[in-house]
Design a protein around this ligand. Structure first.
Ligand SMILES: *[C@@H]1O[C@H](CO)[C@@H](O)[C@H](O)[C@H]1NC(C)=O
Ligand SMILES: *[C@@H]1O[C@H](CO)[C@@H](O)[C@H](O)[C@H]1NC(C)=O
Ligand SMILES: *[C@@H]1O[C@H](CO)[C@@H](O)[C@H](O)[C@H]1NC(C)=O
Ligand SMILES: *[C@@H]1O[C@H](CO)[C@@H](O)[C@H](O)[C@H]1NC(C)=O
Ligand SMILES: *[C@@H]1O[C@H](CO)[C@@H](O)[C@H](O)[C@H]1NC(C)=O
Ligand SMILES: *[C@@H]1O[C@H](CO)[C@@H](O)[C@H](O)[C@H]1NC(C)=O
Ligand SMILES: *[C@@H]1O[C@H](CO)[C@@H](O)[C@H](O)[C@H]1NC(C)=O
Ligand SMILES: *[C@@H]1O[C@H](CO)[C@@H](O)[C@H](O)[C@H]1NC(C)=O
Ligand SMILES: *[C@@H]1O[C@H](CO)[C@@H](O)[C@H](O)[C@H]1NC(C)=O
Length: 321
């Protein structure tokens, strides 16, 4: 019984990474829903194009998070952008939303020290808070649980100029990270030391890669090779090598998982078989208690016979491990 429980735990452990990733993403989504509600509370008879700081509307258990709301006419956003900027976000002309709404509200999020909790990124360290920009239908300001609109910066990308970017650890690679609303992330280059770009809605930050791979072993010269060494391969684009590494990791873990599952199944089968033979042995023992003698055929006659000697005679000095 206990072994069965152990196997169940193992299976659960095996399957848990996938739901956990989804759970984190759904946690971030429910945060978006909460922040939309509180950001809209700052919009009481709002002036179009005015940024409303809604941080003070948040309950005290969100200390460290900052939010704001900006209501715009859709046409004005497309033709003029947001002048000069919306906190750290520089929104150029040509931004359109889908589906079309007459008025929209852009909710700004600065997750501060909550960044790592809602957007955990293994092997990376945040050098700036996670900032979010999400668009909602701005026609009904008391609406809650609104779906996010898809934003498309068709002409120029939206730029995010982070304030106070922390210094990276020595030698670490600094990158922009962007999260979509499904929880997947993508990396791009930082420009001007503090600026990231995006052509759509979502969350962004600046990170440093903290797990530095060990340097490749120095390549040894070929032992006997009079021929000129072949030209070294062109440097691989980091993005490609990263994604192929990612694919490798995924394939590796899938294969590993399959092998593990097969081994697990074998173990389960073995345990079941072991239990069965044990049960049969018990039954045999119970039958033996009745001293039923087997009928053996000797030549033409059938005669009762003892099957095996119950106790094997062993010599005292014989050591059986
Ligand atoms: C909004 O208000 C909070 C305090 O309520 C302040 O800490 C924060 O800096 C303000 N944000 C902006 C962008 O002015
Ligand atoms: C803060 O409290 C509100 C209810 O007042 C709750 O909905 C929310 O989940 C809490 N947030 C955190 C981060 O615990
Ligand atoms: C962020 O900092 C505030 C105080 O400044 C604290 O109350 C809150 O618990 C912190 N949040 C996290 C996720 O550590
Ligand atoms: C983090 O880095 C370690 C060591 O380089 C690696 O084994 C691990 O798979 C990485 N984790 C993720 C989520 O990439
Ligand atoms: C936006 O909200 C208004 C008022 O609730 C509604 O009439 C309109 O259909 C909504 N637009 C979209 C695209 O959902
Ligand atoms: C706006 O939303 C609130 C809350 O969902 C709802 O009670 C109200 O009827 C809506 N108003 C309009 C004009 O759609
Ligand atoms: C954004 O707009 C451009 C130009 O209108 C278009 O080519 C592109 O497919 C759009 N992207 C999305 C995600 O809708
Ligand atoms: C990640 O970004 C690159 C370059 O911007 C793009 O080509 C690629 O499609 C993106 N991947 C995802 C999953 O969004
Ligand atoms: C990012 O920067 C690296 C080196 O600084 C460069 O090789 C690479 O092409 C850049 N990637 C993009 C998408 O600009």
């Amino acid at each position: 019984m206990r072994l069965h429980l152990l196997l169940l735990h193992l299976l659960l452990l095996l399957c848990s990474p996938f739901p956990r990733i989804r759970a984190q993403s759904s946690e971030a989504r429910s945060l978006d829903v909460i922040l939309q509600e509180y950001a809209f509370r700052a919009l009481v008879k709002p002036k179009t194009g005015t940024i409303y700081n809604a941080t003070s509307h948040l309950p005290s258990n969100f200390t460290g998070v900052k939010i704001a709301a900006l209501r715009l006419r859709s046409g004005s956003l497309r033709r003029r952008g947001v002048v000069p900027s919306y906190n750290e976000f520089e929104i150029p002309i040509g931004v359109i939303e889908k589906p079309y709404v007459k008025r929209l509200v852009l909710v700004y999020q600065n997750l501060g020290n909550w960044s790592n909790r809602y957007y955990p990124l293994p092997n990376y360290t945040y050098l700036a808070p996670v900032l979010g920009l999400l668009a909602y239908n701005g026609s009904n300001l008391s609406a809650t649980d609104l779906p996010t609109l898809n934003v498309n910066a068709s002409a120029e990308p939206i730029k995010v100029k982070f304030l106070d970017v922390r210094d990276p650890p020595l030698g670490a690679v600094v990158r922009c990270v962007w999260f979509d609303l499904q929880g997947s992330s993508n990396f791009s280059n930082v420009t001007g030391g503090n600026t990231c770009s995006t052509s759509t809605q979502g969350h962004l930050s600046i990170v440093a890669e903290t797990s530095v791979l060990p340097p490749p072993p120095p390549s040894l010269p070929p032992p006997v090779s009079p021929a000129p060494s072949p030209p070294s391969p062109p440097p691989v684009v980091p993005k490609e090598s990263k994604s192929s590494k990612k694919v490798g990791v995924i394939v590796g873990s899938v294969l590993g998982g399959i092998v593990f599952l097969v081994l697990l199944c074998l173990l389960v089968l073995w345990v079941l078989k072991y239990k069965q033979t044990k049960k049969i042995q018990q039954m045999e023992r119970a039958a033996d208690a009745g001293e039923a003698l087997h009928i053996a055929t000797v030549g033409d006659t059938k005669a009762p016979a003892a099957t095996v000697t119950r106790t094997q005679p062993t010599l005292e000095h014989e050591y059986v491990p």
